[in-house]
Design a protein around this ligand. Structure first.
Ligand SMILES: Nc1ncnc2c1ncn2[C@@H]1O[C@H](COP(=O)(O)OP(=O)(O)OP(=O)(O)O)[C@@H](O)[C@H]1O
Ligand SMILES: Nc1nc2c(c(=O)[nH]1)N[C@H]1C(S)=C(S)[C@@H](COP(=O)(O)O)O[C@H]1N2
Length: 192
């Protein structure tokens, strides 16, 4: 039996209303539900529910990357065009390198679900040895964007974002992530 490497995943829900108690946060539970089903490794989650404030988002991202040594950090919320939507700005401010493919792929996926997908300004990239990925705020968007689009026969027609994440984490020196192929097939180009 092979031993799976424990990994650390940061979850940041940015929502003025959930963080002030107007409604219950559904972002972090939706992330934990999908990741718990898709990832086979033992996961340590580091969680934060914060208002749409750029300084607080930047500080939380730095803490999760530099102090908590997260392999991956997912944010949910604050990617739209409204004045208080600042998650992409906070993320870009702390990244060493951007990975534009994540935003491009997410908008491809989301257009299958909602025409307003083009309003999400999502970004992703690397800080140190941590991959940071923005996701939209609507809780249902989490499974949609991480898992991708399937046809009526259950075949994947647009790959989810998570398909590329294990290989990205390999390349930046993080833990070896294994997935449940029924939920999400991780793609790793053949090694020499
Ligand atoms: N953390 C959350 N928990 C539950 N529902 C959410 C959450 N974040 C967003 N939503 C839902 O998705 C919708 C779109 O998300 P968006 O991030 O644009 O929120 P918003 O309108 O800026 O409000 P807020 O930041 O106060 O959640 C919200 O209007 C709300 O219905
Ligand atoms: N998969 C998916 N993507 C989605 C949506 C959705 O329901 N499902 N909602 C869109 C909407 S309505 C907006 S305004 C943008 C930005 O959302 P955010 O500000 O909550 O991050 O995400 C878009 N992307």
């Amino acid at each position: 039996m092979t031993t799976l490497t424990p990994i650390t995943i940061g979850l940041i829900s940015t929502s003025d209303r959930a963080s002030s108690g107007v409604y219950a946060d559904e972002g972090i539970p939706a992330l934990k539900d999908w990741l718990g089903r898709a990832v086979r490794n033992p996961i340590r989650f580091v969680e934060a529910l914060i208002a749409d404030e750029q300084a607080a988002i930047e500080a939380t991202l730095k803490q999760m990357a530099d102090a908590e040594h997260c392999d991956v950090v997912f944010t949910t919320g604050g990617t739209g065009p409204a004045p208080r939507d600042v998650t992409p700005e906070a993320t870009l401010a702390v990244l060493d390198k951007t990975l534009p493919g994540f935003g491009e792929q997410m908008r491809q996926i989301s257009l299958y679900y909602v025409p307003t997908a083009i309003l999400s300004r999502q970004v992703a990239g690397i800080r140190g040895q941590t991959l940071i990925v923005n996701l939209p705020g609507r809780p249902k968007a989490i499974a949609e964007t991480l898992g991708g689009v399937r046809n009526a026969a259950g075949e994947v027609v647009v790959h989810g974002l998570f398909s590329a994440i294990p290989y990205c984490v390999d390349l930046i020196g993080g833990g070896f992530i294994e997935t449940d192929a029924e939920i999400c097939q991780a793609f790793r180009p053949k090694q020499k």
